[in-house]
Ligand binder design. Sequence first.
Ligand code: FES
Length: 375
Amino acid sequence: MPSSPLPSPVVDRFTGWWTGRTGGRVLSAASWLVSPLTSPVTPDDYLALLDPLLSARHPAGRVVAVRAEGPAAATLTIRPGRGWAGHRAGQYLPVGVEIDGVRHWRTYSITARPGDPALTITVKADPRGRVSPHLVHRTPPGTVLRLGPAQGEFVLPETPPERLLFVTAGSGITPVAGILRTLARGHRPPGDVVLLHSAPDPEQCLFRAELSELAARSPWLRFRLTYTRADGRLTPERIAALCPDWRRREAWVCGPAGLLEAAERQWAAAGVIVRLRTERFRLTPVQDMPTAGRVRFDRSGVETDAPASGPLLVAGERAGVTLPYGCRMGICHSCLVPLLDGHVRDLRTGELRGEPGELIQTCVNGAAGPLVLDV
Ligand code: FES
């Protein structure tokens, strides 16, 4: 479990000041002045040894609270350190978690408002996964997590439109929870907001009490909750029935691939696709690809057979090649490797590509026949 080398109360008092605005400026100026004396190790490296939250180069945050959200989910409150650059409502956060000495990166929607002193993420434990159960069940307060920069375009415009529609299912509610919290505390009252959310059942519905309470005291918000087990899925017909003026609203849709694809067809057929924003949570591998291929990792001198429906990143790792990676889900672009020859297929869309020299995201592309990578 990663933790600070100093006792937590001492560190908290120390970093509480240094990671603030004034302390951060003093620290930055001091680091700049002494850096020629400490090269090649930077002052930032020494500060990170003292407390990871003092590093500006490698942002980190300390978990200060963990609150259960039903039996299989939890909200982690994270106090970010000096390197944190802020976020916009609706963005997601790359989180680096150390498990048995290996750092794993995953991304989670930020549910805190921009400018809040602490970040919050709500994680649902996937029983087949490694990182999410660790975060939900085995991450006590005091744990230090690495943080990447906030990312994503599933955000509110600077000036929110008058009529908004959010359609979410399952964990897709998390970025929208951050947006609604931001709207609720904005400088001016929001316009007319409709939230259609679908959860499997009441027990698995994240933020149910909070959203119901917010809707009860906010005349600008209409909240319609449906349960898949009792009512079935949120279909285009149901969306239209629950929100008859959906075509005239700026829309944000987040949830499983089936919901997003149905929404894209629905909005496109109505000629209003420009009003739709979607957020995909998971890589949805395209099955039954017609071709696999033999992959040569040129500079590593390794060749292996790669399945057509699996990422090149995994094929390379299984063959013992050290490949760069970050999120492993097509978001961070840490896994880019130049293609020397052959073709790859995007596992999310099925799109084929293969210009020599093209940079390939190995975590979301599979082999489409024999190919050579410059790594
Ligand atoms: S590892 Fe993040 S995009 Fe591939």
